[in-house]
Design a protein around this ligand. Structure first.
Ligand code: OSB
Ligand code: MG
Length: 369
């Protein structure tokens, strides 16, 4: 596989509803896409960096810089026998994993299309039906939150995650539990607490949560290990796990019992597979996280979720939860049973709507060898 053109573009897309976490509100997205073309085929990858450096150090602007000035120039003119030959080419770059994942995942899509295979099969996945959950942001009032949860439950989603932060936590979870005592429920703090909050976090044990996601610092595993000894609710790490090595260390010291794998955060399908394998060897279940992706990133998440150890419902949900019009066809749809069925079509399995993408494009750079 030797791409004859690589494109980096930035789209502007408005979310159907604002999404609020402990670190801020997103209403409009700037999405960087990477396209690798060879002959008549194209592979697509999405950079999941957000509008500002609040989830991690990356933003769409840092990703643009690192892609256009380093990653793409270093990759141009190369003949990749497999997409997993890509990570060594950019190994000298420290961090910027979301930027790297944009190009690597585009190579996976192209490779699968060239072999006329669905990407999930090329990745060695076995799950034809992916279990879906929803992530519900912080809402203007508890009543609005309860309405949103009711909608998700009625649509068939198999678990509900709510975002928490100091002041929107125990009382809110209590109200949710009063309405839905048996609902598979979890909370994601996006690093809004410290070890000083241990008594409060321990009080959440009363709500029988499936897990508490990333309560402490975004780069920490040590304090999470201490906290895990103090609470019964399993801790799931998101921000802190950037590689298989991180997963090994976190498991070794007991910092978590579950891991959320995000393609961007770990740097693409090769690294995601490595985190998956390491977790499986150590008996740690994983699930696929989301970053408010368009259909392209969403389709990559669905394919990744086909791997064996993705045994918990992920933040893999329907396009219509985020977009009035998605850039893939068909849109990502969830069955009434709360699952997404793997596509049998080649590559990411969805047609990319290049006409619509062109209309949404704010910036484009085209590279040829
Ligand atoms: O921590 O999982 C997170 C969205 C943006 C940034 C971080 C996170 C999230 C979500 C949304 O929870 C998941 C989704 O895309 O549905
Ligand atoms: Mg999270």
């Amino acid at each position: 596989m030797k791409p004859d053109t690589i494109e980096v573009r930035q789209l502007r897309m408005r979310l159907c509803h604002p999404f609020e976490t402990s670190f801020g509100v997103t209403e409009e997205r700037r999405v960087v896409l990477v396209t690798v073309r060879e002959g008549s085929l194209a592979g697509w990858g999405e950079v999941t960096a957000a509008e500002g450096p609040f989830f991690s150090h990356e933003s769409y602007e840092t990703a643009w810089h690192v892609l256009c000035d380093f990653i793409v120039p270093w990759s141009l003119g190369r003949d990749f026998a497999s997409p997993s030959d890509f990570p060594p080419v950019v190994a000298r770059i420290r961090g910027h994993r979301m930027a790297r994942a944009g190009l690597e995942n585009a190579l996976w899509d192209l490779a699968a299309r060239q072999r006329n295979l669905p990407l999930w099969q090329m990745l060695g996945g076995r799950r034809r039906e992916v279990e879906c959950g929803v992530s519900i942001g912080i809402q203007p009032s508890p009543e609005v939150l309860l309405e949103k949860i009711a909608e998700a439950v009625e649509s068939g989603y198999r678990r509900v995650k709510i975002k928490v932060r100091p002041g929107w936590d125990a009382e809110i979870l209590e109200r949710v539990r009063r309405e839905w005592p048996g609902l598979p429920l979890m909370a994601d703090a996006n690093s809004a607490y410290t070890l000083g909050d241990t008594p409060l976090l321990r009080s959440l044990d009363a709500f029988g949560l499936m897990m508490l996601e990333q309560p402490l610092d975004w780069e920490d595993i040590i304090d999470h290990a201490t906290l895990q000894q103090e609470i019964e609710t399993p801790i799931c790490l998101d921000e802190s796990i950037r590689s298989a090595d991180d997963a090994r260390k976190a498991s070794q010291i007991g910092a978590c019992r579950i891991i959320n794998i995000k393609l961007g955060r770990v740097g693409g399908h090769t690294a995601a597979r490595a985190v998956h394998d390491c977790s499986m060897e150590r008996g740690i279940p994983v699930w696929c996280g989301g970053m408010l992706e368009t259909g392209i990133g969403r389709a990559h998440n669905v394919a990744l979720s086909s791997l064996e150890n993705f045994c918990l419902p992920g933040d893999v949900s329907a396009s219509r939860r985020y977009w009035s019009e998605d850039i893939v066809e068909p849109e990502i749809e969830v069955t009434p049973e709360g699952t997404i069925l793997q596509s049998e079509a080649a590559g990411i399995g969805y047609r990319v709507r290049e006409d619509l993408i062109e209309k949404l494009t704010e910036r484009l750079r085209t590279f040829t060898p």
